[in-house]
Design a protein around this ligand. Structure first.
Ligand SMILES: [Zn+2]
Ligand SMILES: [Zn+2]
Length: 286
């Protein structure tokens, strides 16, 4: 985690994020930058390599489990940073939570934890739940980062072109970014996973969701005043995917923050009066 880049991004997008969310993110990420997960795991190389060869996520072969005491401490610190009373939320419930697929099935894992928190304390407000979820996901991503680092040599060694799902944890990519153009590489596109923070190279003209390669089906749409943030639309599967064009951003992106920014920008772009039929129609003509 690069806290300076994160803070620069928060400052840069303050208008878009609003004062309240900017302040919350700033406090939580600063607290997160003080945390450090010491990963004591080195996986079964053979099984992991085999999974990658078969195009499966590395963690489908073996998934390390986050240390619950570290997680409780991290979430408690992040909750305090958010301004919530951590003691209001019974973090001891994490002791009995099933964390065995925390990285490979993050939504179901979080959902079941939230269910048990709500059952334990009916008074919990939506804001408390949302701050807890943010704290938990942030802590999990610090663990995920260490896990992908432990696997990166193996992933580099095996030349299998990954698809739109993370080759480490298997979750769908959260956003794409196009790097600044270089003479050697053009402007390569990468996908980024918000669960484990792994990035991987991906074709520019390929749907991130269905893998469609037909150029005439794929369209980048963006607002004229913000060419740095685009939506990649695929006619075949009807998906809309967020893309940050780093060659056109004013500060280098921190993807953790771009994820929040993109939600807003996507909504804006997709609610604009864009005649998608016309764009698609043009592609189909002749
Ligand atoms: Zn991942
Ligand atoms: Zn598609």
């Amino acid at each position: 985690m690069n806290i300076r880049a994160i803070q620069r991004s928060i400052d840069n997008y303050k208008d878009l994020l609003g004062d309240e969310l900017s302040a919350l993110l700033s406090k939580m990420y600063h607290a997160a930058s003080e945390l450090n997960y010491k990963l004591d795991w080195s996986g079964n190389d053979e099984a992991i390599e085999q999974a990658i060869y078969e195009g499966k996520p590395a963690l489908s072969a073996e998934e390390p489990v986050i240390e619950v005491d570290w997680l409780k401490d991290a979430v408690s610190k992040l909750l305090k940073a958010s301004g919530d009373r951590a003691e209001h939320i019974n973090l001891d419930l994490l002791d009995t939570a099933d964390l065995s697929h925390a990285l490979t099935d993050p939504h179901a894992t979080l959902e079941s934890i939230v269910d048990s928190l709500r059952a334990d304390n009916k008074e919990l407000s939506d804001q408390e739940i949302s701050h807890f979820s943010l704290s938990y996901s942030l802590a999990l991503s610090l663990f995920g980062e260490k896990v992908h680092e432990a696997l990166s040599d193996t992933l580099d060694k095996i030349h299998v072109k990954p698809g739109g799902n993370c080759p480490v944890c298997g979750n769908p990519a959260s956003l794409a970014y196009i790097e600044e153009s270089t003479a050697k590489d053009g402007a390569p596109k990468y996908l980024w996973c918000s669960t484990c923070h792994y990035s991987w190279r991906y074709s520019r003209i390929k749907c991130e969701i269905c893998g469609n390669l037909k150029q005439e089906d794929l369209h980048y749409i963006f607002a004229k005043e913000k060419p740095s943030h685009k939506v990649h639309v695929c006619e075949k599967c009807g998906s809309a995917f967020p893309v940050v064009d780093q060659g056109k951003t004013s500060v280098l992106s921190a993807f953790e923050i771009e994820e929040f920014v993109m939600m807003d920008i996507m909504q804006d772009i997709l609610s604009q009066d864009i005649d998608l039929d016309e764009i698609f129609g043009k592609g189909k003509a002749n």
